[in-house]
Design a protein around this ligand. Structure first.
Ligand code: ADP
Ligand code: F6P
Length: 318
């Protein structure tokens, strides 16, 4: 029976991570466990940044953006010797379970700890929605709302000047922020991993809009696919639209979590505590409205949802 559980946040921070930390600690205490926090992700294990916490620690954190535990990226954690050292540090403190909140990379680290016999559970926290074992990651909905807020504002000014705006959104290997925000903002064009682009199509569409005297055009692009400044220049040269380029960047990761993320994080945190066991690593996720636990190996092998239905909708409505 697992008695002493630690929680950490790792990888890119996401709004709602604090709500998940709160839920893990409170659900653990409720179940009679002793609860610990680890600062700065996996690096904090190596550096011994670990402390026992009580309920007071979680006061007033549900509304806060970022992660109060801090996060880090630790490439050396892929080394099995480093992983063994981390397990030993946790065991020396009599900590017998670890809950990690993060994305795909964090899950791979947890899986390795689990292979060393250490009980773990992963909670999906990432603005990218890039974890295939859940319909939504904690932070995605807040980041989506932030993007919509920004694009609304950009539209106000671009329509006053009849401009085209090329807007780059985050999503390292996953186009969900681009796809969902394109629908919510009625973008004229979307370029993402699963919605590839064809320059001629883009120019043709924008030229037509210019001729029709449309007041503005919004092009939403996923990061890491192309140079948006180059695209902006080409649009100006080929369509007659004066073009602004906006890279929304890290502001997409900030801000207080929306209600959806706070509730999702609370449900997942409680489920994570409930699921931790010596019988192998687990992750939690929301699938068709239910928060469920599944095997970490199975989770990491699940194919990513490409949202074919939403891509069809984009093609129909653009
Ligand atoms: P995210 O969890 O948001 O995907 P990263 O990909 O940066 O973020 O991963 C977070 C951390 O997880 C990394 O800094 C590293 O310590 C650990 N990690 C990532 N990939 C692996 C892997 N293949 N094996 C073990 N640990 C990993
Ligand atoms: O994983 C979340 C994310 O925000 C990605 O969308 C982005 O590519 C990446 O993190 C940027 O991370 P950082 O600037 O912290 O290295």
């Amino acid at each position: 029976m697992i008695k002493r559980i630690a929680v950490l946040t790792s990888g890119g921070d996401a709004p709602g991570m604090n709500a998940a930390v709160r839920a893990v600690i409170r659900a653990g205490l409720y179940a009679g466990k002793e609860m610990f926090v680890i600062y700065d992700g996996y690096r904090g294990i190596l550096e011994g940044k670990i402390k026992q916490v009580n309920k007071e620690f979680t006061q007033d954190i549900i509304t806060r953006g970022g992660t109060i535990l801090g996060s880090s990226r630790l490439p050396e954690f892929k080394d099995v010797e480093v992983q063994k050292k981390c397990v030993q540090i946790l065991r020396d403190l009599d900590i017998d379970g670890l809950i990690g909140i993060g994305g795909d990379g964090t899950y791979r680290g947890l899986k390795d700890l689990s292979k060393l016999g250490f009980p773990v559970v992963g909670i999906p926290g990432s603005i990218d929605n890039d974890v295939s074992s859940t319909d939504y990651t904690i932070g995605f909905m807040t980041a989506l709302n932030t993007i919509c807020d920004c694009v609304d504002k950009i539209k106000d000014t671009s329509s006053s000047h009849q401009r085209c705006s090329v807007i780059e959104v985050m999503g390292r290997h996953c186009g969900d922020l681009a796809i969902f925000s394109s629908i919510a903002e009625a973008a004229e064009l979307t370029i993402s991993f699963d919605h590839p682009y064809d320059e001629e199509h883009i120019f043709k569409k924008l030229r037509k809009m210019k001729v029709q005297n449309k007041s503005h055009a919004i092009v939403i692009v996923s990061e890491n696919l192309l140079d948006v400044h180059e695209l902006g220049k080409k649009i100006e040269e080929n369509t007659g639209f004066k073009t602004n380029v906006e890279i929304l960047g890290h502001l997409q990761r900030g801000g207080a979590p929306c209600a959806f993320d706070r509730i999702l994080a609370s449900r997942m945190g409680a489920c994570a505590v409930d699921s931790i066991s010596e019988e192998g690593g687990k992750v939690v996720g929301i699938i068709d409205e239910d928060v469920v636990a599944m095997d970490i190996d199975e989770a990491l092998e699940r194919p990513r949802n490409k949202h074919e239905n939403l891509l069809k909708l984009i093609n129909m409505l653009q």
